[in-house]
Design a protein around this ligand. Structure first.
Ligand SMILES: [Zn+2]
Length: 582
């Protein structure tokens, strides 16, 4: 931060809001959390209305904003108002915008865009780090957006307008997200290491994987961790001591391996963000009451070996030694891979933690879904990691001539499959929070003129509690029996995987709620549809997770996975609050 900015903040900053633990200066560290002066607030509102086209309904939405409003609150207020507006209101905003200037080579596509959607092509050109966008990124984004259905593209365009506004506020109010930018750069820096050229792929114990571990260990030291080590499974562990060495530590972390051609935040955010917290505390000479232990788990995704969560599994004492004999695609066993990296198999047993020495486990993770993005919220408090059951299904009908067999005499396996897919959709919809997916569907050896005699499908059902999930499954199974009778087919369901739900510990979840509330934001709760390291830790200690909004409609396991400096900044502030109050 430049000295000019520091003095500007000093003039306007006020005491931290009630609810912030004493001892550290929130507004100076996170300028978007400083209460805006009346003058700043009216400047911000004027800027917002200018950007959004002075609609009367927007002016109404901003009425009654109290004094002491922070930029973080204001941003969220604007985003939720715009995202909850009617399609007509949103399109009115879009039509008042000037088209984003694009390189000449893209002019034709941009013209096609206006004709297709009726509003100009809009991009928050500064990008998630406010460092601009390459021509290549712009071109591929435009192509992608031209393929969007209109409702989807309207939402994307509105998000771009909101993002442009979010960026415009910072120079006006001296609110650049310094901590968020730092985190952004740390993530970027780690992408140097990959198993694959031109894509981010980091799988267990490859050269790139070992490099990431070394970088993380360095980062931990630089941030002020008092103890740093890499264990015999490649987990990177950093400890920042608290005031009371006897107090059970807060455990946190996530994984640093990736899927093939994955995103840079999945997992890594949950390692680097706690380090950003430690960095802030270290710089300000603050020691929390209890120590904090950050683990960069070496493996979660199960890419090189079929052993998902092997790292967090070892921390809970459930490492499966049979896994060591598994081989990768090149015939290298896990044992060989671990030893080639200089680790000791005998050391794995000592990775197990004694739960009594920990207050609990918290994990910050990018949402990997569209919920927060569509609601205009930066953060979400996780209520539960959904429990899942997977099935492989087979439908046996009777193959027959597509021309000669009357419709009422058919035993069409594909028709039954179609009904089962819709049945699963209805059953999940009837139990909010649950999801059901048929992701694989085949007519083996099918032919254009043959009634399908056999159909194979997969079924994946998840819900926030095991009981709810089993209720959904029971409803699906009951419906399948009816479909069997009416379609004259036989359906066989084989369960292939069952994972228990991991509801958040209510007290720990409350700490996240309070942390979000301390930022002046209304906590929003949602279940996690994806599995996380936290569900392993949940078997031995209380756990609760915080989600950070993903850009690009929350896409994940994809290079387009992204978040912004602004959202990471808020998540860091929330976690600092949790660390000091838990
Ligand atoms: Zn992950």
């Amino acid at each position: 931060m430049t000295s000019a900015k520091t003095s500007a903040i000093d003039q306007t900053s006020q005491p931290a809001q009630p609810g912030h633990p004493p001892g550290w200066s929130v507004p100076e560290t996170f300028p978007c959390l400083k209460p805006l002066s009346e003058q700043e607030q009216s400047l911000a509102l004027k800027t917002a209305l200018t950007h959004l086209g002075h609609a009367a309904w927007l002016e109404d939405a901003f009425k009654g904003l109290g004094s002491g409003m922070t930029l973080a609150c204001l941003r969220e207020r604007i985003a939720t108002a715009v995202l909850n507006a009617t399609f007509e209101q949103q399109e009115a905003i879009l039509k008042t915008q000037m088209a984003t200037p694009l390189p000449a080579a893209l002019a034709q596509s941009a013209e096609r865009y206006v004709q297709q959607f009726g509003w100009p092509h809009l991009v928050a050109l500064a990008g998630p780090r406010r460092a601009g966008m390459t021509h290549e990124t712009l071109a591929s984004q435009l192509e992608r957006r031209l393929a969007h259905p209109v409702d989807h593209e309207r939402r994307v365009s509105v998000q771009e307008v909101l993002r442009t506004l979010e960026i415009a506020f910072d120079p006006l109010l001296n609110t650049e997200p310094v901590v968020g930018d730092r985190l952004w750069d740390w993530h970027e820096d780690l992408t140097r290491h990959s198993d694959q050229e031109g894509a981010l792929t980091v799988t267990f114990m490859t050269a790139a994987h070992q490099q990431v571990a070394l970088d993380l260990a360095d980062r931990m030291s630089q941030c002020g961790c008092d103890e740093v080590h890499i264990d015999d499974l490649g987990n990177v562990v950093g400890v920042y001591h608290g005031q009371d060495p006897e107090a059970p530590r807060l455990l946190t972390g996530s994984h640093y391996d990736t899927v093939r051609n994955g995103g840079r935040y999945d997992g890594r955010l949950g390692i680097l963000l706690p380090l950003a917290c430690i960095d802030v505390m270290h710089q300000q000479g603050i020691r929390p009451a209890r120590g904090i232990e950050v683990i960069g788990f070496s493996e979660e995704e199960g890419q090189r070996f079929a052993a998902t969560f092997l790292a967090s599994g070892a921390v809970t004492g459930k490492f499966n030694y049979d896994w060591l004999d598994q081989t990768d695609a090149n015939g290298i066993s896990m044992r060989e891979a671990i030893e080639a990296a200089g680790h000791n198999i005998e050391g794995i047993a000592s990775i197990k933690r004694d739960p009594a020495r920990y207050r609990g486990f918290v994990e910050v993770h990018i949402e990997q879904g569209p919920v927060l993005n569509n609601k205009g919220l930066s953060l979400g408090v996780v209520t539960s990691i959904n429990g899942g059951v997977r099935f492989k299904g087979q439908i046996k009908g009777l193959a027959g001539h597509a021309g000669t067999t009357p419709m009422i005499q058919r035993q069409d396996a594909a028709c039954a499959a179609a009904r089962i897919i819709l049945l699963a959709q209805q059953c999940a919809l009837a139990h909010p929070g649950s999801v059901a997916t048929v992701g694989m569907l085949q007519v083996p050896n099918g032919s254009i003129n043959v009634i399908p005699g056999l159909c194979e499908f997969s079924l994946d059902v998840r819900a926030p509690t095991d009981a709810q999930r089993d209720t959904v499954i029971a409803a699906i199974v009951k419906g399948i029996r009816e479909i069997e009778a009416s379609e004259s087919v036989c359906v066989i369901l084989n369960e292939t995987m069952r994972v228990a739900a991991a509801p958040s510990d209510p007290a720990m979840q409350q700490h996240w709620d309070n942390a979000v509330r301390s930022l002046g934001l209304q906590p929003f709760e949602l279940p996690s549809g994806a599995g996380h390291d936290a569900m392993k830790l949940a078997t031995v200690m209380p756990q609760a997770m915080l989600f950070v909004r993903g850009e690009n409609n929350g896409i994940s396991h994809n290079p387009l996975e992204s978040t912004t400096s602004h959202d990471m900044e808020l998540a860091t502030a929330a976690m600092l609050h949790l660390i000091q109050s838990v």
